[in-house]
Design a protein around this ligand. Structure first.
Ligand SMILES: Cc1cc2nc3c(=O)[nH]c(=O)nc-3n(C[C@H](O)[C@H](O)[C@H](O)COP(=O)(O)OP(=O)(O)OC[C@H]3O[C@@H](n4cnc5c(N)ncnc54)[C@H](O)[C@@H]3O)c2cc1C
Length: 415
């Protein structure tokens, strides 16, 4: 996509949000301060400061999954990917550190874990994902015993995985298991495999990365990842498709596949996911017991009126990835639509874009992007023919753009 087209798109979203004053003191409550929730809270306040916005987030700060794979390789730090909520407070967002344990859509209230209800006129729910641990037999027991990690929510498990990689003997095997799509960040596991291989190449050259993918083939930027693995990590990284993890035996450090067992020194098994627990409790899940269907013009739930769902928790439109980039865009659709609803305006037809960078070595990255526009006939978002695409090759320039993308989206969502 050309830069001027991107500016046009960004402009289209922000113009939709320009608002006249809201009649009375309306309140929007936002559950979850990740890429979706933080961005929505900020943009509602920015586009209409007469609206009260309360953000409830269980953590004291935001830890970014983007760039967390570089922490595993030692190329970035937890400090670099951790950001506070003071930027949102400066926009007038009331940040409450607590967990929302229940939503009463009839009374329009949310219940806090530490007690007390908060009333809302409109609710935004952006809880990210939780895991279907039960689909991998023995997972929870092995995780509780410290024998397997997912590190698919950045934070304590990112630190633990880095420590396990550092402590692993040279000549050991790191096993990364990927669930069937859809999962959060399609290229994320392949970036992780590349980053761990880069670390081994430099620090433990006799070690191996074994990728067990439940999908038949690499789900995103396949040719670019495979070229990087061949050129940079031959003899270190092995990829196997159609290799779905069905169980784990923590005691023998074994991942059980449908047809064989695989032993490893460090087990990093990413279980299948679904929308975060609160979406399930609130009756927002509509599809496959996993995802929340929404009206893409407003992000409003198709089953619980007055509640807007963003980010990874949504039932993705065709070819739409679960990404921070998308969650940030969903947030802007919802912010504009909610301000419009308060002012009696129908939502505009959205057009949004996604860009996902992946590092394949310390400095080189590859990119995929796509543009998603409202289709009136099928009433969904569809990719715009001829838009988007992937990098021609891995380059250091893309690596620089990847860092710039990360710093820009952190600032846009939280700054
Ligand atoms: C290794 C990895 C690399 C990635 N790299 C990229 C990348 O390069 N580019 C990209 O675009 N995307 C990337 N992603 C994907 C991206 O992180 C997610 O798509 C994004 O975080 C989704 O945003 P969200 O708002 O839906 O959820 P999240 O960002 O996970 O936010 C959810 C928040 O809600 C809070 N919460 C949940 N339930 C409650 C509750 N009941 N009460 C209070 N708070 C609650 C959580 O604490 C959390 O802070 C990556 C993901 C991974 C795992």
């Amino acid at each position: 996509m050309k830069r001027r087209d991107f500016i046009k798109l960004a402009g289209a979203v922000s113009l939709a949000g320009c608002a006249s004053p809201v009649p009375s003191k309306a309140r929007v409550v936002v559950v979850g301060g990740g890429f979706g929730g933080a961005t929505a809270a900020k943009y509602i306040r920015m586009w209409n400061p007469s609206i009260d916005v309360v953000l409830v987030e269980r953590e004291s700060s935001f830890t970014s999954c983007p760039i967390s794979n570089l922490v595993l390789a030692g190329y970035s730090s937890m400090q670099e990917i951790t950001h506070g909520y003071d930027g949102l407070r400066r926009h007038g967002v009331q940040v409450v550190q607590d967990e929302v344990v229940a939503i009463d859509a009839a009374k329009k209230t949310v219940r806090l874990g530490r007690g007390g209800d908060i009333a809302y006129e409109r609710l935004i729910v952006s809880p990210g994902i939780d895991f279907n641990f039960g689909e991998v037999q023995g997972y929870e027991a092995a995780m509780n015993a410290g024998r397997v990690l997912h590190a698919w929510k950045a934070g304590a498990q990112t630190i633990a995985l880095r420590q396990q990689l550092e402590q692993m003997r040279d000549g050991g095997v790191y096993v990364l298991s990927i669930p069937l799509a859809p999962y959060r960040c399609p290229p994320g596991p392949y970036e992780r495999a590349s980053m761990v291989a880069a670390y081994f190449k430099q620090a433990k050259p006799r070690s191996k990365v074994l990728v067990l993918d439940a999908n038949p083939d690499v789900t995103s930027k396949g040719a670019l990842f495979k070229a990087a693995w061949k050129d940079l990590y031959a003899g270190i990284l092995e990829y196997r498709g159609n290799a779905k993890a069905v169980g784990i035996d923590g005691a023998s450090s074994t991942v059980k596949l449908e047809v064989e067992d695989v032993k490893g020194d460090v087990l990093n098994v990413v279980p299948p996911h679904r929308a975060g627990d609160i979406a399930q409790k609130a009756g927002l899940i509509t599809t496959n017991n996993r995802w929340c269907d929404v009206d893409w013009r407003s992000m409003e739930s198709k089953v619980v009126p007055g509640v807007h769902v963003l980010g990874d928790a949504t039932l993705s439109a065709a070819l739409m990835p679960k990404s921070g980039s998308m969650a940030n865009n969903h947030a802007k659709i919802a912010a504009a639509a909610i301000i419009g609803i308060f002012n009696g305006r129908a939502p505009a037809d959205p057009q949004i874009l996604n860009t996902c960078y992946s590092f394949v070595s310390q400095k080189e990255a590859i990119r995929v992007s796509s543009v998603h526009a409202w289709d009136e006939k099928d009433r969904t978002l569809k990719t715009v023919p001829g838009s988007g695409g992937v990098s021609a090759a891995r380059t250091e320039a893309e690596g620089t753009y990847a860092w710039n993308w990360a710093r820009t989206i952190w600032a846009d969502s939280l700054g």
